[in-house]
Design a protein around this ligand. Sequence first.
Ligand SMILES: C[S@@+](CC[C@H](N)C(=O)[O-])C[C@H]1O[C@@H](n2cnc3c(N)ncnc32)[C@H](O)[C@@H]1O
Length: 272
Amino acid sequence: MHLNEIEPLIKTKIRTTPYHLNLLSDEERILAFYEAIKEKAEGTIYDIGTGCGILSILAAPYADFIYAVEIDHTAAKHAKSNLEYFSNVLVINKDAKEVTFPKKADLIICEMLDTALIDEEQVPVLNSILKYLKKDGEIIPQKILNGAEAIDMERENICYEDNEANENPNYDVMSNFKIYSEIDFKKEIKEDVETDLEFKISKKGSVSGIKITTFTLLTDHLICGPTPMLNPPLLIPTEKIKVDIGDIIKVKLIYKMGGGLDSIKTRIEKVS
Ligand SMILES: C[S@@+](CC[C@H](N)C(=O)[O-])C[C@H]1O[C@@H](n2cnc3c(N)ncnc32)[C@H](O)[C@@H]1O
């Protein structure tokens, strides 16, 4: 199946909420997940946070059975309707952390991604259901990588970079970019993050924030994102400090994965 086959399905047949329609319209995201599903889908599958059921629709032809779990009542109702012709899919309208699965999974698909996994429940949910994954089972996505750079930003509140801003961003990049963490979903993950980020300043001026970018490894050779609906970069204000080329600055970054954007705290200082 290629996009021209998925497209009519998405536009005409699927019942969805406005939010899930935006997710469906992000072709790069859907096609990347579809590539990963084609490669990995077999046996018993969990589709966690199924939304209107799109990833279950793509996985059902390859699966023995799919448990498609969705917390939102309206989305789950749409998923039930969209998936009614698949006899091997059961939609469960529940918080995934509270589901007792009757069979272990060969594959868990869990798309509750957001930048650095702060504002969605990907990590608490996976921590809670990892016990149901078979020893040699797989997870889509497999990993994420988080990177950061120092910026001088106009806004004073935490915000996502919008798509149009790529052309004309309302911040200046002031330092090198560095990958600061790699999260492997097959391992139990510590939800509290506290990290010291050191940046080398590449421009004279001010630093007043950091930009976080998240890359998603759907499989070990398929990297996706950021895309319009998958992990848009996150701009986080800090105190403002004056900097010169070659200065080293340190930003302490604290947050809780699944704890929401309010859990983010920063402290900035010049090291040299
Ligand atoms: C980013 S959307 C992905 C939807 C769909 N899988 C897709 O790829 O288009 C994440 C979905 O996870 C659901 N969700 C969030 N927390 C959940 C939880 N604890 N248990 C089950 N579903 C959850 C949301 O309601 C939302 O529909």
